[in-house]
Design a protein around this ligand. Structure first.
Ligand code: HPA
Length: 271
């Protein structure tokens, strides 16, 4: 595994003039954020050695590297999900590659269903903590101490200093940012209303099908994490309305500009 990671990192490095400091993983419908990157260098996943990706036709599957707000970023346009059949350790492969590229900060974004009834469709939530409800971990199996320790702490996974930066950016841009707990499920089916009631009892504010594995690996290999969810729909049964993937994409499209503004303001503040 170690050689696979460093092999992929070496390939990406060979294409870049500058070292990326910030990694960004874009959630469903949030991919246009990559348009903010100046003088982008595009690296398709299929060209990166050992990169686990079975790309569906028409699906964006690439790294976009370059500058946002004076910072060097590497952005994943197209993330890997468990529901596509990817194994947890494959899903975090690019996070490990980012570590070996020198990335210090990872911004995880996602589309999520709102469980907290104070939230509305189109709102943003900063993830202060998560519940991994997938029943799986990307760290199952033999540990490689060159990547991170066998048992690692998860207390400060969502880095307090980055949360403070996001609060400031929210204030500065006047874009409301809730703070809450994200519960990660496997999907691809949306939840039942009974599951959502159970998740609320467990303390979750929003639900989605990504992010938790990437955050676990970032904590494992000591990368600071900021998580931002876009509430693209209210979760099942919160309002008695059927859920659909098209509603998720529609909200993401409508709120895309605001999302870009918020993330840019955050990146501007990261030192
Ligand atoms: N549930 C799970 N994942 C999601 C949702 C949801 O309601 N909305 C966007 N991603």
């Amino acid at each position: 595994m170690y050689e696979k990671i460093t092999g992929a990192a070496e390939y990406i490095k060979s294409k870049l003039e500058k070292t990326p400091e910030i990694g960004i993983i874009l959630g469903s419908g949030l991919q246009p954020l990559a348009e903010e990157i100046k003088e982008p260098v595009i690296i398709n996943y299929k060209d990166v050695p050992n990169m686990p990706f079975a790309s569906a036709p028409g699906h964006i599957a690439r790294f976009v590297c370059g500058e946002i707000e004076g910072k060097q970023v590497i952005c994943m346009q197209g993330r890997l999900h468990g529901y596509e059949g990817h194994q947890p350790e494959d899903i975090v492969f690019p996070v490990r590659v980012m570590k070996f590229l020198g990335v210090k900060t990872l911004i995880l974004t996602n589309a999520a269903g709102g469980i907290n009834t104070d939230y509305s469709v189109g709102d943003f939530m900063m993830i202060t903590d998560h519940i991994n409800f997938t029943g799986k971990s990307p760290l199952t199996g033999k540990n490689d101490d060159r990547i991170g320790p066998r048992f690692h702490d998860m207390t400060f996974t969502y880095t307090p200093a980055l949360q403070e930066i996001a609060r400031k950016a929210s204030h500065k841009t006047d874009i409301k940012l809730h703070e809450g707990v994200y519960i990660g499920v496997n999907g691809p089916q949306f939840e039942t209303p009974a599951e959502i009631r159970a998740f609320r009892t467990l303390g979750a504010d929003a639900v989605g099908m990504s992010t938790v594995f990437e955050a676990i690996e970032a904590a494992h290999c000591s990368i600071n994490v900021l998580g931002i969810s876009m509430i693209t729909n209210m979760a099942a049964g919160i309002i008695m309305k059927e859920l659909s993937g098209s509603e998720v994409n529609e909200t993401a499209d409508n709120r895309s500009q605001t999302f870009r503004k918020l993330v840019k303001a955050i990146i501007a503040e990261i030192s």
